[in-house]
Design a protein around this ligand. Structure first.
Ligand code: DGL
Length: 268
């Protein structure tokens, strides 16, 4: 099965992208709501929570795990791949969302001026800058942390004047840099895509993060038939949370845009 991990419900936007494009596979989703948000936590803590989550998803039968959480991808992925995985699950894989998004932006940007928005932890990690510059050293990258956006989306305040005002304030500096691409580097931002596009204007494209991550995963599975062959094609959908399962179900259904039949509470 494909494991999908996030700090909470947000990663369900990424899971939705997978389900739309590749419904044939079995999926395990874990939201670490007991420890969310990750966006303002230290590297040490994000790594430790993510490592426990990855260990749990492997123990439940995942062969491949996607860290849908940008913060976990930015802060924990490399260490998990390089230091933890080889000693624990050498034949399994953990992937993130930063590289697919960086690749898409680098491929599509015409003028090479790219904005990245995300949690404080993601933007301050500089990981998007590093990956974009690995792909093309001449790219100009401008980051902006937007810590208030996750709680506003979770409050259901998308489209409210207060949210648009805050969004405008966050985006003002990026707009003045004449960026031609914006990477929404956080699981919650797909809900704000239209508002971001309107504020940034027609000369700036906003990446469709769930669509891109799903396309890149499909491409990865084509290039790695040895992994694809191991994945279940029985269409399982299993949801785990480290906090209240009833609450997860209510929020989760609105993030996923479809019904969730059961949520299992776990402690890591
Ligand atoms: N899932 C996180 C991300 O994509 C946002 C929520 C959090 O801060 O935990 O960065």
């Amino acid at each position: 099965m494909i494991g999908v991990f996030d700090s909470g419900y947000g990663g369900l936007t990424i899971l939705k992208g997978f389900l739309d494009l590749m419904p044939q596979y079995g999926y395990l989703y874990l939201g670490d709501s007991a420890h969310a948000p990750y966006g303002n936590k230290s590297l040490k803590i994000v790594f430790e929570y993510t490592r426990q989550a990855v260990n749990f998803l492997f123990s439940q039968g995942a062969e491949l795990i996607i860290l849908a959480c940008n913060t976990a991808s930015a802060k924990a992925l490399r260490k998990i791949q390089q230091e933890w995985l080889p000693g624990h699950y050498p034949d399994r894989r953990v992937l993130g969302v930063v590289i697919p998004l960086a690749e898409a932006a680098a491929e599509k940007s015409r003028r090479g001026r790219i904005a990245v928005i995300g949690t404080k932890a993601t933007v301050e990690s500089g990981v998007f800058n590093q990956e974009l510059h690995k792909l093309n050293p001449s790219l100009k990258v401008f980051g902006q942390a937007c810590p208030l956006l996750v709680p506003l989306v979770e409050e259901g305040w998308v489209g409210k004047p207060e949210t648009n005002m805050i969004l405008k304030k966050y985006l003002r500096n990026l707009k003045s840099k004449s960026v031609d691409f914006l990477i929404p580097g956080c699981t919650h931002y797909p809900f704000l895509k239209k508002d971001i596009e309107r504020i940034m204007g027609k000369n700036c494209k906003v990446l469709d993060a769930p669509g891109i991550v799903a396309d890149k995963l499909a491409d990865y599975l084509k290039r790695h038939p040895e992994i694809e062959i191991m994945l279940s094609k029985k269409r399982e959908r299993l949801f785990f949370t480290t906090d209240d399962p009833d609450r997860f179900k209510v929020f989760g259904e609105s993030f996923l845009g479809s019904r969730i039949s059961e949520v299992i509470a776990v402690s890591l």
